[in-house]
Design a protein around this ligand. Structure first.
Ligand code: NAG
Ligand code: NAG
Ligand code: NAG
Ligand code: NAG
Ligand code: NAG
Length: 301
């Protein structure tokens, strides 16, 4: 009689099943003499008894008459996914390689960065590539590695100036300009420059702190301000910000209205003068006509 035993292993590591349990798929099979029979069974065992599932597995069967164990065995190798990011700290522009360490090549693995799929396991790092990477078995997110962090260092970028009081400043008022930037490591030194709007002279250095505090502004503080942020990898400039001290737009408005009124008055005066002059010349024309008539009268007489 030929028999094929099929053992289906369901091993749940980490579950707290106490002791062993075996389930026969069909406990009462019936077979014709000379045919083959498949016995299917599965078993659980507590993880407490055996530290790892890795090892040799033998086939053993017992009947109520006798038992046998196979001479040959299979070897089960239990592996975990281990993500490696190489190198772990890079400068922007450097190459990064992702390696998913898995000892048997049974699985296709995929990469995720902060939960989003990663297109390629090798790339040139940019600032936004910093984050936590893990690899997983394709189609089975339950099988995934621990995350590993990638740090990307870069010189300051997106340098910008925040003005505490935007718009035109009254003389004597105070204002703070704050320089902010994205940088890794964070920017550690700053230079503030002021440039005159009109003159094309070189910019003047006006501060070296993260914040430029002008406690009492004067007309001479008017100008284009920019800050330079630096870390160990380099520096970068903000765009220029215009600071204007002095007469407000409202004053300008009043000033312009004043000029407008004066212009209107002058134009009106001119019109009056022209009108008066034209009236006078019309009168002399009428007089002339009358004289002409007189003259005609004289000639016809
Ligand atoms: C093994 O344990 C799992 C979950 O605890 C259970 O669903 C399954 O039926 C068990 N199998 C056996 C053979 O006891
Ligand atoms: C300065 O910053 C801009 C963006 O903010 C970036 O495009 C440029 O490459 C930076 N320059 C340097 C020298 O880092
Ligand atoms: C710089 O600003 C751009 C546009 O807002 C943004 O996409 C980019 O991520 C910023 N860079 C950094 C390093 O924060
Ligand atoms: C500027 O900053 C200083 C120090 O942080 C603060 O005491 C002051 O009130 C700020 N002034 C303005 C106008 O924001
Ligand atoms: C930043 O601005 C300063 C002053 O204008 C200039 O000397 C320097 O070269 C600029 N740096 C960069 C990176 O543009």
């Amino acid at each position: 009689m030929e028999m094929i035993a099929l053992l289906v292993l369901i091993m749940k590591t980490g579950t707290t099943v106490s002791g062993w349990s075996v389930t026969f798929e069909n406990p009462n099979p019936c077979a014709l003499k000379g045919s083959s029979v498949e016995f299917s069974c599965s078993y659980n065992y507590s993880n407490g008894e055996i530290v790892e599932d890795t090892g040799h597995y033998y086939f053993w069967f017992d009947t109520n008459m006798y038992g046998r164990r196979s001479k040959t065995s299979l070897h089960l190798y239990v592996t975990e996914l281990s993500a490696r990011v190489y190198p772990k700290t890079v400068r922007a522009g450097d190459n990064v390689t992702l390696e998913c360490g898995v000892s048997c090549q049974l699985f296709t693995t995929v990469w995720f960065k902060d939960g989003r799929p990663v297109a390629k396991p090798g790339f040139q790092a940019q600032a936004e590539d910093a984050g936590n990477y893990l690899c997983a078995v394709e189609g089975n997110m339950a099988m995934q590695s621990d995350p590993v962090a990638l740090e990307v260092q870069y010189p300051p970028c997106n340098v910008s100036i925040e003005v505490s009081h935007p718009g035109r400043l009254a003389e004597g008022s105070s204002v703070n300009l704050t320089c902010s930037s994205a940088a890794n490591p964070a920017a550690h030194s700053y230079i503030w420059y002021r440039r005159n709007i009109s003159s094309s002279g070189s910019p003047l250095q006006v501060g070296v702190e993260h914040m430029l505090f002008l406690p009492s502004v004067e007309a001479s503080d008017t100008g284009l301000y920019l800050c330079q942020a630096m870390n160990s990898l380099g520096g970068n400039n903000s765009t220029e910000v215009l600071l204007t001290v002095g007469a407000s737009y409202f004053n300008h408005f009043i000033f312009l209205v004043g000029i407008g009124v004066k212009v209107v008055i002058v134009v009106l005066l001119a019109l009056v003068v022209i009108w008066a002059w034209r009236c006078r010349s019309n009168h002399s024309a009428v007089d002339k006509k009358e004289h002409d008539n007189d003259y005609e009268n004289v000639t016809t007489a």
